[in-house]
Design a protein around this ligand. Structure first.
Ligand code: AVJ
Length: 326
């Protein structure tokens, strides 16, 4: 038996969010129409806990659908990738990744796991657990933003970059294009991307998944205001907003907003902003784009990947695509 190695953790994100890109993001986003907050700032410690709770909600099918694909096909994915290093972007608790790691470990081909996430505590906990569960595996965690810190991903070996959960759906088309293009540029021939995407389905099922009966998603989205209050000394009253999730059939995406229930003035001192919100005015906190298999393939090919294989769950709710750098 090899003893568990301590995971290494590199911190690329300033632990003081207000000193980093949060201020810029907030200034830019809140002066747009509709006013917008980038979803990555949802994942403070509380937000990461709430998201973890979301994955256990009966209505939140994407987690279970992707889990089913990995349970069924992890061995094929591992073999098709031929990877010796697994990088995971937006790894969170890396819960589903264990299915991949199990298959990798039994194949004997994996030597290194590099999870990347903005939430430092969640990442440290996940890295510790994984290092203990897979002794002999080198765990090199990165506290960073996958849209900014791609150049710092570990190099060498054959890499598979897993980007699971449908998180790519949080990005707008232009952002997806930039992200996939940058990723394709820095990968070496033979490296691959395992991309999880939620698929277009009935509006009822989608809305239920983002408007759960227990109100966890509402609290998760509302937590964005708590983050701004704490990090930027803002004075949002989260209770003065209501949570409005809706399906945009034209853009084929869920759109999650907070609506001001009263005329209110909000001061965000750390961003030097005063917002006058009218009754009914909305702040978009997150989008979650849903895909068709043909659209995934064309976006990947435009970025410079070749599609190696696509797996879906039996109900066709979710897809995992393995795309390879030629
Ligand atoms: C983590 C981005 C994949 O879009 O489904 C869940 C986040 N937001 N419920 C998603 C989320 C509200 C989730 N992703």
């Amino acid at each position: 038996m090899t003893a568990a190695k301590e995971p290494s953790v590199s911190v690329l994100l300033d632990p003081n969010w207000a000193a980093g890109s949060l201020v810029e993001d907030v200034r830019r986003g809140l002066s747009q129409h509709p006013r917008t907050l980038p979803p990555k700032w949802l994942y403070d410690n509380r937000g990461s806990e709430l998201f973890d709770e979301i994955t256990r909600l009966p209505e939140y099918y994407p987690f279970n659908a992707e889990h089913a694909i990995l349970t069924e096909h992890a061995d094929e994915i591992v073999t098709a990738s031929g990877a010796t290093t697994l990088v995971e972007l937006g790894s969170g608790t890396s819960e589903k990744t264990r299915l991949l790691l199990d298959a990798f470990v039994s194949s004997g081909q994996l030597t290194r796991f590099a999870p990347v996430d903005v939430s430092e505590q969640t990442l440290r906990d996940a890295a510790d657990q994984i290092a203990h569960r897979y002794p002999g595996l080198e765990v090199a965690a990165v506290v960073g933003d996958f849209t900014l810190h791609l150049a710092h991903l570990p190099k060498g070996g054959r890499r598979m970059v897993a980007f699971l959960g449908g998180t790519i759906g949080n990005l707008y088309l232009e952002e997806r294009r930039a992200f996939l293009g940058a990723l394709a540029d820095l990968l070496e021939p033979g490296d691959s991307l395992l991309l999880g995407t939620d698929l277009v389905k009935s509006a009822d099922r989608l809305i239920a998944a983002y408007n759960d009966g227990a109100g966890v998603t509402d609290e998760f989205i509302r937590n964005s205001l708590v983050v701004l209050n704490r990090e930027l000394g803002a004075d949002f009253d989260p209770g003065a907003f209501s949570y409005i999730p809706f399906w945009d059939p034209h853009m084929e995406r869920m759109d999650m907003r907070l609506r001001s229930e009263a005329p209110q003035r909000v001061t965000i001192s750390g961003a030097d902003m005063v917002l006058d919100l009218s009754v009914g005015e909305e702040i978009r906190v997150e989008i979650s784009t849903k895909f068709r298999v043909s659209k995934i393939a064309s976006e990947l090919e435009q970025a410079g990947f070749g599609v190696t294989r696509v797996w879906t769950d039996p109900d066709n709710e979710f897809a995992l695509t393995l795309a390879t750098k030629p």
